[in-house]
Write a protein that binds this ligand. Structure first.
Ligand code: GLC
Ligand code: GLC
Length: 827
């Protein structure tokens, strides 16, 4: 069952009922100002940092879910309703929410009045704009009153939810009933008198019939939002908040002839003033509103709003032009061309901070997460990827370890979590290698970058990568495999924490020291990214380093094949006592997905690239992938580990705290499915790779939206596994490494077009379902028009002609910027 459909030409998902199984959201903004917006207008806005600079309030865990947003209440002759359906929930004769790239439009119609609100955050602007269109669809004239509504957050979202003894006294606003651009505005200025130099503005572009800034007056004590008093009375109370709960609301009176439409523009903006320009009148403590007035004047007409949306669309057209496919499979095309890339932008911007599953108060930017997000983002805006790399590397310590997370506003490492996640260092190598392949910007390796943001400690970025490599090599266990530290990619494999106390953190309570817990995941990761590091060293002419690290990579490969191998698949780890984890000898947690996918991706145990041969089936890579399909495969994707732990086991840590089938305990953790998918392409099994891709990819799951439950246009972190009672149900959409990795899997391995250091590799492996396709790839300023004819035969590999001439190998040398190269591939 579906709740809408894709509109491919508009690049929108169209939700046709308010009654989706969960709020289906979109993100507005891609620079400094961001909004989360559900199909029912729920969500919130913040400037840069969802925790430290939040503009509007949102209550997670609310009843019903998703009440809290920017609403428009309509009073049409006493009939009160909201076009977003929530919060009033009055029946609508028409409902539609269109989520596009950086904008959304929600339409509701009732009693002959249609209201469409287009929401967006313009490029280069710290504001969310709404263009509201009222249309009289009846055959009689109409006079209605409408009331805008936002509830302000007192900036620090965490303090805002906890510190009521202070916060209920500090709320302050100013109201301007006539702005220079002809509208009205409410200013939220809590703490502006003291150390803040920023305020929020909620303005409308037309004269307002009244305003409200005091929530209790607007809603009425003991009412819910659905029963809000002012909209019911049909008359603003002109309330001025003093403490308690400041809000912004304007009354808009609209008169419409039959068939007539009128537009109103609403602005929610964030403004900073330099200290010396803080006040319009310091004695009276009147805020200097010059910048807000400028902002409001830039969005004072519907035409300006339309132009803002058009500019966003053009921006995305340009960005998405870097990679497009035409394959005849519309689901594949829409994921590759639009939605997967869009989600990569969102994960790049948000890391794991703010979604409908992440409160924006918990996690900042993850070292590991952001390094991986780069993989799917780097082709979109390489300059921003560069900046991110420097920021991430700046949180590294001299010994190569790193803060696990940092705050986006301050860019400082987060002390609560600290370091000790031993997979972190090598992710930086992976991110930098991807950046170099995309851009050829070798100068970045000489960029001075500090340790732990400490001025004076700067060394070239390449030195940071060396420290990453060395961190692994100086932390090896008795089997020659890397020590795991607090956890590796799997945050819940906590082999050095034996926790029996409720509420204790598994990741930071490292109460076991001196253990020998080792990770085969980090082993495989070291082989994959160690090889990339060697390529960098080679190009820097550092032969000694090439020799040293090549040898280490070879040693790790052997350690993986001897001590990291269980007979039919790769082991997962050795625990604190040196006992294997992920072995057939156990009843639970026999086989884990991470090392299987990552090892094959790294080429470990790969002895054949033709899956029909006995040699393939007997190779470690072939065996591991066969075991993965047999034991981890389900129709909804591959589970992380099997069988799940039924009881809490102190040795493996948090993984066994989850009920079977959820999260790391046997859930389908979509993030590591693409590792297997890529692995399958490496060994020539494109058919299996494409099959596994389709099982987790949202567009292919759209028809089972009632089972999947979350947005059919973006990946979720997890789908409940086969041992869960709600197998197939997704959770945690949007902010997941799944986005970047699946984009890498589909664009670079299934469709097979990937940037390498010296050229664009064309090496598709997608199996027999897609026989012909074309990819247009812009890389380093040149355009590659690639057509592929694919027999789909197992083990077949492409032969290329480039501009009509046969090419040896599958790497098309980079062409000068501005040129177009025609590549023809046959396999
Ligand atoms: C989450 C975390 C990521 C971790 C994964 C597995 O997605 O953001 O860092 O690797 O869970 O535990
Ligand atoms: C991270 C991961 C999550 C994991 C959790 C354990 O937050 O996102 O998957 O369950 O760590 O604390």
């Amino acid at each position: 069952m579906r709740y809408g459909h894709f509109d491919d030409s508009a690049r929108e998902y169209v939700i046709t009922t308010p009654h989706t199984p969960y709020p289906w959201i979109n993100y507005l903004g891609s620079e400094d100002f961001f909004s989360l917006l559900s199909h029912q207008a729920g969500g919130y806005s913040f400037y840069r940092d969802a925790k430290l600079r939040r503009l509007t309030r949102y209550r997670y865990n609310n009843i019903p879910a998703d009440v809290g947003g920017r609403y428009l209440f309509v009073n049409d002759g006493g009939d009160v309703w909201t076009p977003s359906w929530l919060p009033v929930k009055a029946d609508l004769s028409f409902f539609e929410a269109r989520h596009g790239l950086g904008y959304s439009a929600i339409t509701g119609e009732r009693g002959g009045l249609r209201v469409t609100t287009a929401f967006f955050v313009p490029l280069g602007e710290n504001a969310e704009i709404q263009k509201i269109t009222f249309t009289n669809t009846s055959d009689a004239p109409k006079s209605v009153s409408a009331f805008t509504y936002v509830e302000f957050c007192l900036w620090n979202a965490e303090d805002d939810q906890t510190n009521y003894q202070r916060n209920l006294s500090i709320g302050e606003v100013e109201v301007e009933t006539a702005t220079p651009s002809g509208g009205a505005a409410v200013y939220h200025r809590t703490e502006y008198r003291e150390r803040r130099d920023h305020y929020a503005v909620h303005g409308v572009n037309v004269p307002a019939a009244g305003f409200d800034t005091d929530r209790d007056t607007f809603i009425g004590r003991y009412n819910t939002l659905a029963e809000a008093a002012v909209p019911r009375a049909g008359r603003a109370a002109d309330s001025v908040a003093s403490g308690w709960y400041p809000i912004g609301s304007h009354q808009l009176d609209v008169t419409l002839q039959p068939g007539e439409s009128k537009d109103v523009v609403v602005v929610l903006g964030y403004v900073e003033n330099p200290d010396e320009e803080k006040w319009a009148d310091e004695a009276k403590q009147v805020v200097n509103k010059t910048r807000a007035h400028e902002l409001l004047s830039r969005w004072a007409t519907p035409e300006q709003a339309d132009a803002g949306i058009e500019a966003l669309k053009a921006y995305w057209t340009e960005l998405l032009g870097a990679y497009t496919v035409t394959s005849g499979d519309e689901k594949l095309d829409r994921m590759v061309n639009v939605w997967n890339q869009y989600q990569c932008m969102v994960t790049f911007n948000m890391s794991r901070s703010a979604s409908y599953f992440e409160t924006g108060m918990g996690r900042g930017m993850g070292f590991r997460d952001s390094s991986q997000d780069l993989l799917g983002f780097v082709h979109l805006v390489p300059e921003r990827a560069r900046e991110r790399i420097i920021d991430i590397a700046s949180t590294q310590f001299p010994d190569g370890s790193a803060y696990h997370q940092y705050q986006p506003l301050t860019k400082r490492g987060n002390h609560n979590l600290g370091s000790g996640f031993n997979d972190d260092p090598m992710w930086l190598v992976g991110g930098v290698a991807a950046y170099l392949k995309e851009t050829g910007d070798w100068g970045i390796l000489d960029e001075p970058v500090p340790y732990d943001n400490e001025p004076g400690t700067e060394v070239p970025l390449f030195e940071h990568l060396t420290r990453s490599v060395d961190h692994v090599l100086t932390h090896l266990g008795p089997h020659g495999l890397p020590l795991i530290g607090r956890a590796d990619w799997n945050d819940c494999l906590n082999l050095n924490c034996f926790s029996t106390t409720p509420g204790e953190s598994f990741q930071t309570t490292g109460n076991k020291t001196g253990g020998v817990a080792e990770s085969t995941f980090i082993g495989a990761q070291f082989v994959l990214y160690g090889k990339e590091y060697v390529e960098l060293a080679k190009r820097r002419g550092d032969d000694a380093e090439v020799a040293r690290v090549s040898k280490a990579v070879e040693g790790m490969t052997q350690a993986m094949l001897t001590h990291g191998w269980d007979g039919e698949w790769f082991l997962r780890a050795y625990d604190y006592y040196g006992h294997p984890i992920g072995t057939n000898a156990h009843d639970e947690g026999k086989i884990w997905i991470e090392p299987q996918g990552f090892a094959v991706m790294a080429g470990i145990g790969v002895e054949s690239t033709d899956p029909t041969t006995p040699q393939w089936k007997a190779s470690p890579a072939g065996k591991a992938l066969t075991a993965v399909e047999d034991m981890l495969g389900t129709e909804h994707g591959m589970v992380l580990q099997y069988p799940a732990y039924i009881t809490y086991r102190v040795h493996p840590g948090e993984v066994s705290t989850y009920p079977p089938g959820y999260k790391e305990n046997g859930g389908i953790f979509c993030h590591n499915n693409p590792w297997v998918i890529i692995g399958e392409t490496v060994v020539g099994d494109g058919a299996a790779a494409f099959d596994h891709y389709k099982r987790i990819t949202p567009a292919y799951r759209e028809d089972i939206s009632d089972v999947h439950q979350l947005e059919p246009y973006v990946y979720a972190q997890m789908i409940a596994g086969k041992e869960a009672s709600r197998h197939g149900q997704a959770k945690n959409s949007w902010l997941t490494g799944t986005a970047a990795w699946n984009f890498v899997a589909v664009s670079q391995y299934l469709l097979g077009v990937r940037p390498d250091f010296d050229g664009l590799v064309v090496d598709p492996q997608i199996g027999p379902d897609v026989r012909e396709f074309t990819v247009t790839r812009v890389a380093r300023g040149a355009t590659y028009e690639i057509t592929v004819r694919n027999s789909g035969r197992p083990g077949s590999r492409a032969t290329l002609t480039v501009d009509g001439r046969p090419l040896e190998g599958r790497t098309v040398p980079y062409a000068p910027a501005g040129t177009t190269v025609r590549v023809h591939a046959v396999l």
